[in-house]
Design a protein around this ligand. Sequence first.
Ligand code: MD5
Ligand code: FE
Length: 209
Amino acid sequence: AQIAPGAVHVPDWLSPAEQHAIVIACRDWATGPVPMRAARLPGGQRMSVRTVCVGWHWQPYRYTRTADDAGGARVVPFPDWLVRLGRRALTAAYDDPVAASRYTPDTALINHYDDQARMGMHQDKDEKVREPVVSLSIGDACVFRFGNTETRTKPYTDVELHSGDLFVFGGPSRLAYHGVPKTFPGTADPATGLKSGRLNITMRVTGLD
Ligand code: MD5
Ligand code: FE
């Protein structure tokens, strides 16, 4: 369903087997050279979600190749299977096979939400180019708040995201404010292999080299 121009929600897009494979990959990354951590904001507070990155390391509000806020190790390369999954995601969301075939995400941010974690309303503008963002949800359901490009307040649309859902943000929606005001603890199917909470994978094109 199109929520706004360029913002497309595809419920139940990932199969249970794909979700399980992604959970295993995320667990490997989370315990790899740059472990999953709660990023620290410039003001000193920690984010309530915990994040691990592939391709580029993100910290508020920049991308680096090495994790200078988390031990200095180099982040793991962006895997080809994730590029292919990103292209399939664009194919599912938009009727533009040429754009889908050219889509080449070079970073993914993996956020884990425990039962208390929230994501305040924000724009994603640390990338230098405005290619679409592909978002995959696994585990507990949540309320995703999709806002407007002008303010972090109303008008916004609340959408429930469930395990396996795809959301693509492109075109005029790429710079919309958005956030996660709540999750629904205990709603996940244990078959994904995720023990608790919610996992969100976002693929992006940084425009960096
Ligand atoms: C999440 N993650 O569910 C959300 C969903 C983040 C983040 O917000 O920055 O990691 S991804 C939603 C998103 C990404 C880029 C643009 C827009 C939404 N948008 O224009 O609405 O953990
Ligand atoms: Fe975001």
